[in-house]
Design a protein around this ligand. Structure first.
Ligand code: SF4
Length: 101
């Protein structure tokens, strides 16, 4: 179960947890039609992550994440999925108008 203490821990989630987090995110991403972020959005998100103490230079170490973070417009990059958001609310998801509620 998620709690505030683990969410702010600098200890990266375990591999099993990362796989679980990724699977949940990937299913939601597929249901939304695999929306991708443009390069300007990826760059803006990366600038924010680079100032975050939970970014270790490769992945987000937040307990609810563990995703890879980089500048590439690649499938295995959290920043390149338009529908992803920062678990601490530092940057939002970009959803099509019909997906917002
Ligand atoms: S996604 Fe959010 S919590 Fe994770 S490294 Fe980026 S700014 Fe930090």
């Amino acid at each position: 179960m998620w709690d505030k203490q683990s969410a702010h821990s600098s200890v990266a989630p375990s591999l099993v947890r990362r796989i679980g987090n990724f699977t949940k995110a990937a299913i939601a991403h597929a249901v939304r039609g695999l929306p991708t972020a443009d390069e300007a959005t990826i760059d803006a998100r990366l600038e924010i992550c680079q100032t975050c103490p939970l970014f270790d230079g490769l992945v987000c170490r937040h307990a609810k994440c563990g995703c890879r973070i980089n500048r590439e417009k690649a499938f295995l990059n959290k920043l390149a999925w338009a529908d992803q958001s920062c678990p601490l609310g530092k940057w939002p998801a970009i959803l099509p108008p019909e997906s917002k509620s």
